[in-house]
Design a protein around this ligand. Sequence first.
Ligand SMILES: Cc1ncc(COP(=O)(O)O)c(C=O)c1O
Length: 511
Amino acid sequence: MSKETFAMRLKASMDLQGKKQVDLVRAASEQGVKLGKSHISQYVSGKTLPRPDILHFLAEALQVDEKWLRGDNPSDAPDSSVSDAGIMDAGQNRNMKNNTAGGDRKMRTFQKSSKLDNVLYDVRGPVVDEAARMEEAGTRILKLNIGNPAPFGFQTPDEVIYDMRRQLTECEGYSHSQGLFSARKAIMQYAQLKNLPNVSVEDIYTGNGVSELINICMSALLDDGDEILIPSPDYPLWTACATLAGGKAVHYICDEQAEWYPDIDDIKRKITDRTKAIVIINPNNPTGALYPKEVLEQIIDVAREHQLIIFSDEIYDRLVMDDEEHISIASLAPDLFCVTFSGLSKSHMIAGFRIGWMILSGNQNIARDYIEGLRMLSNMRLCSNVPAQSIVQTALGGHQSVRDYIGPGGRIREQRDYIYKALTDIPGISAVKPKAAFYIFPKMDIKKFNITNDEQFALDLLRDKKILLIHGGGFNWQHPDHFRVVYLPRIEVLKESVKKISDFFSYYHQA
Ligand SMILES: Cc1ncc(COP(=O)(O)O)c(C=O)c1O
């Protein structure tokens, strides 16, 4: 299926049926098919191609032959106006052939790899692009979209900067591919404090942020069609990396009615004989949930019964409020193979230095070959950023400045209390009070606001009120009824934002 011709066939069929993108999104939502506005606009613009199930849906909705739409048999076009004749096939470009129609040597163009066809990462997607365009045109945008502490005045402790400066000249070369011994030793001690079983320095890998390690873990594990359970809503990099690796991200529901905890029955229902692993994000982005021991134990029971690897993303583990305690799932599952992720970007507010790590623990015997794959990929990228590794020991030990932010009267806690109350005071908006991290994931009464497309809602808010936030679909949430707010900005900025959001919802009725 070539993208260019597919996009043209799709557009022509939509024109014939008088259907707009929003009509298809609505029809999909009614039929329980997962199709966002960003997906369809990518198909129409020829940037990506749909998965077979989406192609099937589109063919039905547009009343055209599925094979024709896919491009199997161009001569079978239902109407001559949508024939393929004369259209250059992008596949030809992929195969590096020059198109010489009419004797002219046409310009060769380059498409991105088809491996990216179903990869979405809306945290930096179309709504953010539109905000950038508006900013370039001189508009000031209030940004509640990205979990990057530094621009909001959360500074790296002086001691960390001082120590990095002192060590900089010793960080010129590559390190061991898994990381400096001193960094891994400090991480190992941290793992001991969190009761992770049988962890040595060899079981620790540093990365250029947790992001790089998520990618490595998914690439090393998943063969085409292998399934991995990922929460919905999720931090979308997990879904993107699993998909890019050729795996199938199967989303299990986190239940808003139950404090956003994973729905264990839904997890059980979604396990097949191809399921290899389960991902949990605890504390959670985007919901701010923190999972209690009982919930973790239920997840472990399922993983044990079905022999799954547990990947636990714990990058917010020190940003826990209300005297709650974060428990690492790996500490409760010494008989299972677990990979625990953390880093300095969030709990230590040092996102720009790019340093994260993963810790392998529990029953490593069952994963020897997989660990070999992790080592290979780790070696292939040589090592992670060495100056950032050099301050891991400083950051993890001694006074933890983050405590001042999350305790009573602390900035993050005050901002959390404010945003929760202010947003839930808006008629038609409800939310679960976050316990950790710096996100809240409010629900909109979609009947009241007639919302069928949450990305459109985010665009309308951006254009009307110059406020940027990410719609729930950006976190692989299936219904158009949520959005995420990052409450890192100071209270004055949050107040200004909520005032505008409140005014927006006083009149908003999606067209
Ligand atoms: C749940 C989660 N995991 C991982 C990351 C990426 O972190 P890093 O900066 O370490 O790459 C983020 C960033 O927002 C996140 O929210």
